[in-house]
Structure formats: structure tokens, C-alpha cells
Design a binder for this molecule. Structure first.
Ligand code: ZN
Length: 128
């Protein structure tokens, strides 16, 4: 059954009525206010002004501090757990990027050392 209430635009509400009622969830006394309050609560949790100021992490050590602060903020309900989930995924990608960058540096050093050794071998074989 469709909701019997009229919208502000004087049209009939198109939402389905609740079971055993002639009205939908938004047109049931108290429900709209409750849903609005929940939305307000969520917005308060999302408010970035409640978060501790923090520099962009650049190292694994920075990320560790960032994660620790985020854990505290989740516990204090200053940050939505869904945002914390997204941050933890991004943190994983960030760490992987650091690891790959570190690996690339080590490989470049090894290759440079090897080229140096090969150069020395060639020079010493010329002298023989
Ligand atoms: Zn309705």
C-alpha cells in the first residue's frame, strides 16, 4: 500500500506505507526526527574540526603514528569507523609503495656495484 500522506509540494507521497500503517517511515510521527537526528550524529562524527591536526605521513614511522592517532579517534567516536577502514586500506597501499621504493633503491645500488666490479675486471684483464 502507498503512503496516504501529502508531501510539501501537495502531491501524494510515493513511498510504501509501513506494515499495519497508512503512512510511510518518513510520515510516521517521530520517525523523520529520529532519522534526522541520526544524520546529525553522523555529520558530527564526520566533522574534521574534531580531528587532531596531522602532517601527511611520509615514512613508515609517520604512518605508525597516524594509525595510532586514528585508533584513538575511532574509540573517541571522532571519526567514523568506515573512514578508518578506508584509511587502513590506503595505509596498506602506502606501505607497499614504500617497500617497492626501498627495493628499487637496493636493486639500483646492487646494479651500480656490479657495473663497477665488471669495469674493474675489464681494466685488470687489459693490464695482464
Ligand atoms: Zn509518506
Amino acid at each position: 500500500m502507498r503512503c496516504q500522506a501529502q508531501t510539501k509540494a501537495a502531491a501524494r507521497c510515493s513511498r510504501p506505507a509501513l506494515r499495519g500503517s497508512k503512512r510511510c517511515v518518513m510520515h510516521t510521527e517521530g520517525r523523520a526526527r529520529e532519522i534526522g537526528r541520526k544524520g546529525g550524529l553522523r555529520r558530527r562524527v564526520f566533522n574534521p574540526e574534531n580531528l587532531s591536526p596531522l602532517e601527511t605521513p611520509r615514512t613508515a614511522e609517520d604512518l605508525t603514528i597516524f594509525v595510532a592517532m586514528t585508533m584513538t579517534e575511532v574509540r573517541l567516536a571522532r571519526i567514523d569507523p568506515r573512514i578508518a577502514n578506508a584509511l587502513s586500506q590506503l595505509g596498506g597501499i602506502f606501505l607497499r609503495g614504500l617497500e617497492l621504493g626501498e627495493l628499487a633503491k637496493r636493486v639500483a645500488t646492487l646494479e651500480a656495484n656490479r657495473r663497477g666490479e665488471e669495469g674493474n675486471e675489464n681494466e685488470s684483464s687489459k693490464q695482464d
